[in-house]
Design a protein around this ligand. Structure first.
Ligand code: AMP
Length: 215
């Protein structure tokens, strides 16, 4: 199955994608995580990503396309993937459709996770991410068992540089202008299902499972 978890910043795409990996036995592909790894490694391309990401701007398509294309070609993604944060422009969606078609595949479902702007801001400013395993916490709704430490692997929890209210407002503006039109692209193909992204982690997982025909 090729599934897109779609939604604005803070919708819960990354959190839910990680929960679906075990269930669907296909990998999560997060271009945001891949870009952060390049930044952390201090590579040339990582420095270019940094410039856009810290301002809440989308990274230009030409830098994203090859990064994504290489990842989709890895053996673990040969029978499907859970896409989180890709595609983010109509051009990326068209490139994705072509990459999948070349493999005899297509996007089977786009699950559009809906949350309000107030909810997005609350989630993003209270989000803490494990710098070792990527596990995601919310300081109030899903707190780590010991402050500052990941309950899964003991790694250090950090706040993403772009998880401030000011930057999330910019990210939301980019989402509305450039990313939201993707929904029309996939609605025309009849594969979009909207779910509320508000509620407990289990509630939202359950809604996504229903939207993909698993429950
Ligand atoms: P995310 O981790 O998905 O919230 O992405 C964090 C940031 O990485 C975004 O605000 C963008 O600056 C950049 N980014 C991640 N994925 C993409 C993409 N598919 N296209 C353009 N920029 C991206």
């Amino acid at each position: 199955m090729d599934l897109i978890l779609f939604g604005p910043p803070g919708a819960g795409k990354g959190t839910q994608a990680k929960r679906l990996v075990d269930l669907l036995k296909i990998p999560q592909i997060s271009t945001g995580d891949m870009m952060r790894a390049e930044r952390q490694a201090g590579t040339e391309i990582g420095k270019q990503f940094d410039h856009y990401m810290t301002q809440g701007l989308l990274v230009p398509d030409e830098l994203v396309l090859s990064l994504f294309g290489q990842r989709l070609s890895q053996p673990d993604a040969k029978s499907g993937a859970i896409l989180d944060g890709y595609p983010r422009t109509v051009a990326q969606a068209e490139a994705l459709d072509a990459l999948l078609a070349a493999r005899g595949r297509k996007i089977d479902r786009v699950v559009s996770m809906e949350v309000s702007l107030a909810e997005m801001i609350d989630r993003v400013v209270n989000r803490r991410t494990c710098e070792s395993c990527g596990h995601i916490y919310h300081l109030r709704y899903n707190p780590p068992p010991s402050p500052g430490l990941c309950g899964q692997c003991g790694g250090k929890l950090v706040q993403r540089k772009d998880d401030s209210e000011e930057v999330v407002r910019k990210r939301n503006q980019e989402y509305l202008e450039k990313t939201a039109p993707i929904l029309d692209h996939y609605t025309a193909k009849g594969v979009v299902k909207a779910v509320s992204g508000v509620g407990t982690l289990d509630d939202v997982t359950q809604r996504i499972k229903s939207a993909i025909g698993l429950a």
